[in-house]
Ligand binder design. Structure first.
Ligand code: PSU
Ligand code: MN
Length: 290
């Protein structure tokens, strides 16, 4: 099974591409022989495996909360509808026994974390739950080098998929080396099994560069990001509102090209994630028969 998050649906992409992309991503996972499970909260119920109608509800609903992990009890007690972030989705996926999670970009260490402590709760969730997280990097406006340092502190092994460099979301390369280059889904499944065997609970992170033909030049993305960050600071946007604000501002500044890249990368991640899920399944089966 492959878990998917829903914040990208409710707060990361505009309607109707959000809905079309969410459903297309599920189809890609099925075509690879795995089972998709989009995660979200409806009427206070934590759900891993939303139906298409429920996904539509998250994609179109007004007032759908963005729930990170600390918001889960508030959403349950308040019987709310909420989209779950990567971290919250991983927590719910782990409770459901799902071992692989796919998203576009995870949250990371913010560009001024040394001053404002803006470090995404996605990172401790990846460290804590036994789930393999597949992404195209941290969102590009994060400090990638600091995010990789912090993942080391949190004891999260970080792999890069058939590339030396950790990807930069809209761009295939970030200039940061991962130190662990993987060539196959089977290799990831083997390391994940070894980690569990060693009694080290927690997950792995796999960075998958988006296909070169969809990669935006850094010279185009960097000014768009700088402009977006400047706007956010002028308008006093902080906390959980910051990521959705920046994604929309970058979309506008690149005349929609960032959205095209975002759609391409999540579909690509879904393909790789499904392959990993199948490998993890085979590994577990083999172990049972030994
Ligand atoms: N990347 C995207 N779109 C998104 C997100 C990431 O391309 O919408 C969401 C994910 O759900 C991620 C969350 O978990 O942003 C991180 O938010 P924050 O930076 O507030 O932790
Ligand atoms: Mn944040």
């Amino acid at each position: 099974m492959v878990a998917l998050e829903s914040t990208i649906i409710a707060h990361g992409m505009p309607f109707p591409v959000n809905l079309e992309t969410a459903l297309a991503v599920e189809r890609i996972i099925e075509e690879q022989g795995a089972v998709p499970a989009t995660v979200g909260i409806l009427g206070g119920c934590l759900i891993a495996g939303l139906s298409s109608a429920q996904i539509e509800c998250i994609a179109t609903g007004k007032g759908v909360l963005k729930a990170c992990e600390r918001d889960l009890p508030l959403a349950v007690a308040g019987k709310l509808n909420a989209a779950t972030t990567a971290g919250a989705s991983i927590a719910i996926a782990a409770a459901a026994g799902i071992r692989v999670f796919v998203t576009g970009g995870i949250g990371g260490v913010g560009p001024s974390a040394a001053r404002d402590f803006d470090i995404s709760a996605d990172l401790p969730a990846i460290a804590h739950y036994p789930v393999i997280a597949v992404c195209a990097g941290t969102k590009a406006f994060m400090d990638v080098a600091a995010t990789l340092e912090y993942l080391e502190t949190l004891r999260v092994p970080v792999a890069t998929w058939r590339s030396e460099e950790f990807p930069l979301f809209y761009c295939a390369r970030s200039g940061c080396k991962s130190g662990w280059v993987v060539q196959s889904a089977n290799e990831i499944a083997g390391v994940f099994a070894a980690r569990l065997d060693l009694g080290m609970s927690g997950g792995l992170l796999v960075g998958v560069p988006l296909p070169e033909e969809h990669s935006l030049p850094e010279a185009e993305v960097r000014p768009a990001m700088d402009l977006a960050l400047q706007k956010a600071s002028q308008q006093g946007i902080t906390g959980k509102a910051l990521t959705p604000f920046l994604l929309a501002a970058i979309h506008e500044a690149t005349a929609g090209r960032s959205l095209g890249a975002n759609i391409a990368l999540i579909k690509n991640n879904a393909r790789v994630g499904a392959e990993i899920a199948v490998a993890v399944g085979l590994h577990t089966q083999k172990k049972r028969t030994v």
